[in-house]
Design a protein around this ligand. Structure first.
Ligand code: 5GP
Ligand code: ZN
Length: 113
């Protein structure tokens, strides 16, 4: 499968790894939009939010628990941070392997652009 995130997870392509467990692979975004910009990626290839199945509910909860842990580790928990998942072109999704963005370390704006 020609998926850059699957290649990072398998080690075929390098990524600056932050954390890994049986369900997720976590690495620094190559084009950071904030001082902290980390991608929390399930090892299971799921193209978009719309492809989630009932059985993926625990996995998606786990992504948020990992975001919680890393936000604390990076010292952005109390200041505040943003988590988001883009879905399909108008959101700006460019990699079709679902991922949770963790952004922090600067003031965020609302509404997002
Ligand atoms: P999306 O736009 O799909 O929500 O997010 C994709 C993210 O993946 C972007 O923020 C982009 O910078 C990041 N990205 C794309 N290719 C690579 C890569 O090869 N390595 C890493 N570490 N990040 C990538
Ligand atoms: Zn993939």
């Amino acid at each position: 499968m020609d998926c850059i995130f699957c290649k990072i997870i398998s080690g075929e392509r390098t990524g600056r790894k932050v954390y890994e467990d049986e369900l997720v692979y976590v690495f620094e975004d190559i084009n950071p939009q904030a001082p902290v910009h980390i991608l929390i990626v399930p090892k299971k290839h799921i193209p978009t939010l719309l492809d989630l199945k009932e059985e993926d509910k625990p996995l998606m909860g786990h992504l948020y628990m990992v975001a919680n842990m890393i936000a604390r580790e990076r010292g952005i928990a109390d200041r505040g941070f943003r988590t988001l998942i883009n879905c399909n072109p108008e959101s700006g999704q460019t990699v079709y392997h679902i991922h949770l963005h963790l952004l922090g370390g600067r003031m965020m704006h609302w509404p997002p652009g």
